[in-house]
Design a protein around this ligand. Structure first.
Ligand SMILES: [Zn+2]
Length: 297
């Protein structure tokens, strides 16, 4: 048996962050289930698939998981602070699995917070503290807790920016990447290059734009070259998914890379399109970006 202590929690957190490259890469369900510490297997998520992991002999919860169920992600109320609902059983009663999270709240014990954007895929967001519990709304307020600092204690804009940066890095960016890569089966939408390490989850409308939400229909899986060319408006994609290349680029005669990567594209359409219609690139957003492309030619 592994004892329930702050030292062990800190070691688990270090291992999780190392395996996920500081929270930037998702962890597979099997990695979390097969985790061992000091030679003892200690699943970091509930083997029965519940959103709360309470090891048998432990007095406090080890981890909690938010499962994405809608089109929009987490219920963040301020940077690094979320509402986390109690587990409720099928009769609508508060489940006994909450008891160890109540204990963690009472004793100020940090728990690992994971976000699950899709099956088998977990994003480690950080250690969180259950700061308040509200039995009427049946929700905890949970806050990123690094050392002695909790996201709920942050008051100045600079401090809050730190929390938001962490959340962007460990939750929003990897989440967007995970859903886009899954929709495009980890291939460039234009050239079908199947190497994940060379692919980006590109935005059709940038994240500062009013239409720039991190949803799959605002995304495209693109290799580095096609991503740069799309963002740089050397390459355009119209509402019907047809490809266009800026006129001056078509006239450059400088070897096979130009030719294969860009000059042969006009007249063709996106090679890889998500199977599910609702995941396909949104024509309205494509049209906005295509207008900007046309303005540069
Ligand atoms: Zn490509």
């Amino acid at each position: 048996m592994v004892e329930d202590s702050r030292t062990i929690r800190a070691r688990i957190f270090r291992d999780v962050m190392e395996a996920s490259e500081d929270g930037t890469q998702p962890l597979h369900r099997d990695w979390l289930l097969d985790y061992t510490i000091d030679g003892v297997r200690l699943p970091l998520i509930d083997p029965q698939g519940r959103g709360i992991r309470n090891p048998g002999e432990w007095r406090h919860t080890l981890s909690i998981t938010t499962v994405e169920n809608g089109r929009y992600p987490d219920r963040q109320v301020q940077p690094g602070v979320w509402q986390y609902p109690y587990c409720v059983n099928k009769h609508g009663k508060i489940d006994s699995s909450n008891n160890k999270l109540f204990a963690a709240h009472r004793d100020g014990v940090p728990v690992l917070y994971l976000y699950k954007p899709m099956p088998y895929t977990y994003l480690p967001v950080g250690m969180v503290a259950a700061v308040t519990r509200d039995d009427s709304s049946r929700e905890f307020t949970i806050a990123l807790a690094e050392g002695e600092v909790r996201a709920t204690d942050l008051v100045s804009p600079i401090e809050r920016e730190w929390a938001q940066t962490m959340v962007e890095r460990r939750l929003h960016q990897p989440r967007f990447r995970a859903i886009v890569m899954a929709a495009y089966e980890s291939r460039c939408a234009i050239c079908a290059l199947p190497e994940a390490a060379l692919l980006d989850a590109a935005h059709i409308r940038g994240d500062k734009d009013p239409n720039g939400q991190p949803v799959v229909e605002n995304g495209l899986a693109l290799c580095s070259i096609h991503h740069r060319a799309y963002d740089g408006k050397q390459l355009g994609i119209d509402e019907d998914l047809r490809l266009h290349v800026r006129r001056d680029i078509l006239e450059i005669a400088d070897g096979p890379v130009w030719e294969h990567a860009l000059q042969r594209l006009p007249g063709r359409s996106l090679t890889i399109v998500p199977r599910a219609r609702r995941d396909r690139p949104d024509p309205y957003r494509l049209g906005l970006t295509f207008k900007e492309f046309l303005a540069t030619t």
